[in-house]
Design a protein around this ligand. Structure first.
Ligand code: CP
Ligand code: NVA
Length: 307
């Protein structure tokens, strides 16, 4: 059966481990797998801006022997002039995989329903699962076995990163705590899905407004922008609402002494994280950014092996 990667829980715990193992191997041996030799092509669509996703997919696809066809916002017929279903059928005749960064998650589901090649979500309003694979790879490099570790994600717990940390970290058997102000908590159905996964993997899920409790003793402290792409008009209100959730050195002091700090980037040092934290010794954000290449290569090799 054709496999897609639209949400973090599209991979079972064993499958997630296989992808992370592949990612670690490809980090050591970047050209060990060449499933796109030819070169065969992958389309990489952007409805929103990007630095890491654009470069990591372009570099990773090239390292797998392939050719990335990058489509910037507004450049294709997709959306305004041609349906998602028709686009999926046309592209499936021309490329080996479709990577898409978009707004509504339902668009990705429709693409996957009509594509006969794997579809990868490179960020939707609801999930950013490729980023979570890179985060898991980074934590594993620093801490070893993922199962049993505790991570605290603080700030906008209702955004794509909040949702993906719940599902992806629960799949890894981790204890995931998310803390955000009332009104900015994750969707109830996603919390339920994460709790169901955690019950199987030995992990756990906590959703709270109490940022100090969430961070207490954590092995990893994580945040994200308070103003996601598409929310720019809400910036002033959001900065006000999320102020108490800023990751400061004092907040990091509540975590484990060896805790690491993660941020998917781009980061705003005047808002969600203090410069002393993101630029300090506990920060693993540059490894995290680099791991986008290796984690996505692992994912693509895994998906192509099942296509
Ligand atoms: N973290 C991340 O996805 O970065 P970009 O928006 O630059 O791709
Ligand atoms: N939550 C952020 C993530 C950016 C990589 C956004 O959607 O803009």
């Amino acid at each position: 059966m054709m496999r897609h990667f639209l949400r973090d829980d599209d991979l079972s715990p064993d499958e997630q481990r296989e992808v992370l193992d592949l990612a670690a191997r490809l980090k050591r041996e970047p050209f060990a797998e060449r499933p796109l030799e030819g070169p065969r092509s992958v389309s990489v669509f952007f409805d929103k801006t990007s630095t890491r996703t654009r470069f990591s997919f372009a570099a990773g696809i090239a390292e797998l022997g392939g050719n990335a066809i990058i489509v910037n916002p507004g450049e294709a017929q997709l959306g305004a002039k041609e349906s998602i279903a028709d686009t999926a059928q046309v592209l499936s005749r021309m490329v080996d995989m479709i990577v898409w960064r978009t707004f509504a998650h339902s668009g990705l589901e429709e693409m996957a329903a009509h594509a006969t090649v794997p579809v990868i979500n490179s960020l939707s309003d609801d999930f950013h699962p490729c980023q979570i694979l890179a985060d898991l790879q980074t934590i594993r490099e620093r801490k070893g076995e993922l199962a049993g570790l505790t991570a605290a994600y603080v700030g906008d717990a209702a955004n794509n990163m909040g949702h993906s940390y719940l599902l992806g970290f629960a799949t890894a058997g981790m204890h995931i705590r998310v803390a955000g102000p009332a009104g900015y908590h994750p969707r109830a159905d996603i919390v339920r899905d994460a709790e169901r996964i955690a019950a199987q993997t030995g992990g756990s899920v906590t959703v709270t407004t109490d940022v100090d409790a969430a961070v207490s003793g954590a092995d990893a402290v994580i945040t994200d922008t308070w103003v996601s792409m598409g929310q720019e008009s809400e910036k002033a209100a959001r900065v006000e609402t999320f102020g108490a959730y800023r990751v400061t050195p004092e907040l990091m002091d509540r975590a484990d002494d060896d805790a690491i700090f993660l941020h998917c980037l781009p980061a705003y040092r005047e808002f969600e994280v203090a410069p002393e934290v993101i630029d300090g010794p506990q920060s693993a954000v540059w490894d995290e950014a680099e791991n986008r290449v290796h984690a996505q290569k692992g994912l693509m090799v895994w998906l192509l092996s099942r296509a």
